[in-house]
Unconditional design. Structure first.
Length: 270
């Protein structure tokens, strides 16, 4: 099998799909070459009791399985590297983290890591892009057809789940914003702004229909972000004052109910 590692160039987040397609195309080329047997071998195969067509079909089946397995291995390795990088970047920042530290935490060699990401900055941006997607996904569920209480209440719960399960992700995103988002500015100006504008229109439609009090949609979204992410970004403070974290199931439900009540009663139509 032609190994995916023979592909020249390093895989980054935006090049992973192309690399996977290259593996499959390369495998097809190998299979074709195997199908062209020399004349003497072809005569020998013809005298065999087994069908040549069946002999050629077997490598194709094995090849497809091998390619699929290899692609999974590539994606698993990339995910492991991103996870290790997130844990370190969220604690020490970009400049306080080294490629060697990430490689050690991901249990890969430095050269293997650089095969997937060209440098530390590329790795950092890949982590941030994954976080932005995680952070925005709950907001995409807003639609004008929904009941605003159910939509916003559900959004609060989903954001608090992220704060509970991925506090490191929330802290790293917060750290990047505090520093002025030098490596994420383009994504903020395009994807984030576009999504917030679309969902602001949904909130305006609820207000015009008399389903919500007249509030500025942008400030409502900012308030939702602030209150739900507080439990991740200031988790140490929350624990110091209450003796609990969101990992405590009873405290988590209490938090969800209280945040929902504070927000929904504040924007209920008068």
């Amino acid at each position: 099998m032609v190994r995916a590692q023979s592909f020249k160039g390093r895989l980054g987040a935006t090049r992973c799909t192309a690399a996977l397609q290259w593996c499959a195309l390369k495998e097809e080329s190998v299979i074709e070459k195997r199908g062209k047997m020399p004349k003497t071998k072809a005569l020998a195969a013809a005298s065999s009791t087994k069908s040549p067509a069946r002999k050629r079909a077997k490598p194709a089946v094995r090849s497809a399985s091998a390619v699929s397995r290899r692609l999974r291995q590539i994606e698993d390795k990339r995910s492991a590297i991103l996870g290790a990088a997130l844990g370190l970047f969220s604690r020490f920042g970009l400049h306080g983290t080294s490629i060697d530290q990430v490689a050690a935490r991901a249990d890969v060699s430095k050269s293997n890591l650089l095969y997937y990401f060209a440098n530390k900055e590329e790795l950092y941006v890949s982590v941030l892009r994954d976080l932005l997607e995680l952070w925005l996904e709950p907001l995409r569920g807003f639609s004008a057809e929904q009941d605003p209480g159910e939509a916003i209440g559900g959004y609060i719960r989903r954001k608090l789940v992220i704060s509970r399960d991925r506090p490191d992700a929330s802290r790293l995103f917060c750290l990047e914003m505090i520093q002025g988002a030098p490596l994420l500015r383009d994504e903020l100006d395009r994807e984030l702004r576009t999504l917030v504008e679309r969902k602001s229109e949904v909130i305006r439609s609820w207000i015009e229909a008399g389903k919500l009090a007249p509030v500025d949609p942008h400030h409502l979204i900012f308030a939702l972000w602030a209150i739900t992410q507080h439990y991740a970004d200031f988790g140490v403070q929350v624990q110091a004052l209450t003796g609990h974290t969101l990992e405590d199931a009873a405290f988590f439900e209490q938090t969800v109910e209280n945040v929902q009540r504070i927000v929904l009663q504040g924007i209920a139509p008068r």
